[in-house]
Ligand binder design. Structure first.
Ligand code: NAD
Ligand code: TYD
Length: 351
């Protein structure tokens, strides 16, 4: 049998990971894609129903913090490439349970780095460890300026501190052990299959349920939004064409103040639900601010654009419209993920 290149994608049952898994399984029949995921509240195999029977795809239920288990899987499957997305990813949860973030994001990354080093040290040629990170490691911007690849790290939330820490360890393994790594730091993603704790899917779900739309503080916080499938394409490019030890910033060239974004979302929802203009906006409620709330994120994505020829494929209005359509056509998915433990989280966060 022809050898298939063995690629590990961690966190592939989550939001971004599921789009990356789908892209790789369909685009690279010569790879065997192993999706390793613990299936926490954020992981959902329903996201991957269309690829689960593909002959070049396998799912491994495992915890990245479980060192013996991870070492065993690396010994068995000899992953030549790792694309590491598994993480605790929600800032609000990191504020109520920071240790969980250190465990998964820092310790979990360390366990993967050690396992990768253990099987390939001395034979790193052609191997690659790709760590997926966030623009939040750079801290916050004022009203002007952009994050570049050389912006100093200055994380403000337990989430971003844990991601920054894992980035540092990846880089340290590159310097110390010559482990071949790449890191990319991306802005806020939105799109199909995002868990409804993050701004856009939470607000879509709340509009459908006629619940308040809780805007933190005055709503004048700014994020740079990127459609998830454009992020998946960027990850494919960086994994195949990026330079070892490099960092790439990935962003949508698309800044929105939260309140303006929420109003656009409300307008699109009213049209799609055939409701009178202004109906959804009435649900907007300004609530207590998030502690340590970063004012503004904005990415200078010129390096990935110039070096690798990447650019986003959709405008925000198009991407948002596709995203809303997906949620409207997949109400079962929404109902499944918002039953049970979600209710407890929601009550605690927005009481
Ligand atoms: P997500 O929360 O939707 O998915 C995370 C996945 O990791 C889930 O499937 C979960 O089951 C899995 N996981 C969690 N703990 C695990 C463990 N101990 N072992 C194995 N699997 C575990 O996250 P996402 O939004 O898809 O983000 C993916 C990655 O991209 C994260 O590393 C995140 O920091 C980064 N990122 C996200 C964004 C964004 O806007 N969502 C932006 C930039 C970077
Ligand atoms: P979020 O989707 O949690 O992503 P991040 O914190 O990683 O940027 O939040 C995006 C922005 O929306 C952020 O400024 C916080 C704000 N926000 C609200 O105003 N209300 C909410 O209920 C949530 C979840 C977020």
């Amino acid at each position: 049998m022809k050898h298939k290149k063995s690629i590990l994608i961690t966190g592939g049952a989550g939001f971004i990971g599921s789009h990356v898994v789908r892209l790789f399984v369909n685009k690279y029949p010569d790879y065997h894609i192993f999706n390793l995921d613990l299936l926490t509240y954020a992981g959902n195999l329903e996201n991957l129903q269309d690829v689960e029977k593909s002959s070049n795809y396998s799912f491994l239920k495992a915890d990245i913090t479980n060192e013996p288990e991870i070492n065993k899987l690396f010994d068995l499957y000899r992953f030549e490439g790792v694309i590491h997305l598994a993480a605790e990813s929600h800032v609000d949860r990191s504020i109520s349970d920071p240790l969980a973030f250190v465990k998964t994001n820092v310790m979990g990354t360390m366990v993967l780095l050690n396992a990768f080093k253990k099987i390939w040290e001395g034979d790193f040629n052609g191997k690659r460890f790709y760590h997926i990170s966030t623009d939040e490691v750079y801290g916050t911007l004022g009203d002007t300026g952009l994050f570049s690849e050389t912006t100093p790290y200055d994380p403000n939330s337990p989430y971003s501190a844990s991601k920054a820490s894992s980035d540092h360890f990846v880089r340290a393994y590159g310097e110390t052990y010559k482990l071949p790594y790449i890191i990319s730091n991306c802005s806020n993603n939105y799109g199909e299959n995002q868990f409804p704790e993050k701004l856009i899917p939470l607000f879509i779900n709340n509009i459908l349920e006629n619940k308040m739309l809780p805007v933190y503080g005055d709503g004048n916080y700014t994020r740079d939004w990127l459609y998830v499938k454009d992020h998946a394409e960027a990850i494919d490019l960086v994994f195949h064409k990026g330079k070892n030890t490099a960092t790439y910033n990935i962003g949508g060239f698309n800044e929105w103040k939260n309140i303006d974004l929420v109003k656009l979302l409300c307008q699109q929802m009213d049209v799609k639900l055939s409701k009178p203009k202004g109906t959804s906006e009435k649900l907007i409620t300004f609530v207590k601010d998030r502690p340590g709330h970063d004012l503004r994120y904005a990415i200078d994505a010129s390096k990935i654009s110039q070096e690798l020829g990447w650019k986003p494929s959709v405008t925000f209005e198009e991407g948002l419209s596709k995203t809303i359509d997906w949620y409207l056509n997949n109400k079962d998915w929404l109902e499944n993920v918002t039953s049970g433990a979600y209710q407890t989280y929601y009550e605690k966060q927005y009481k």
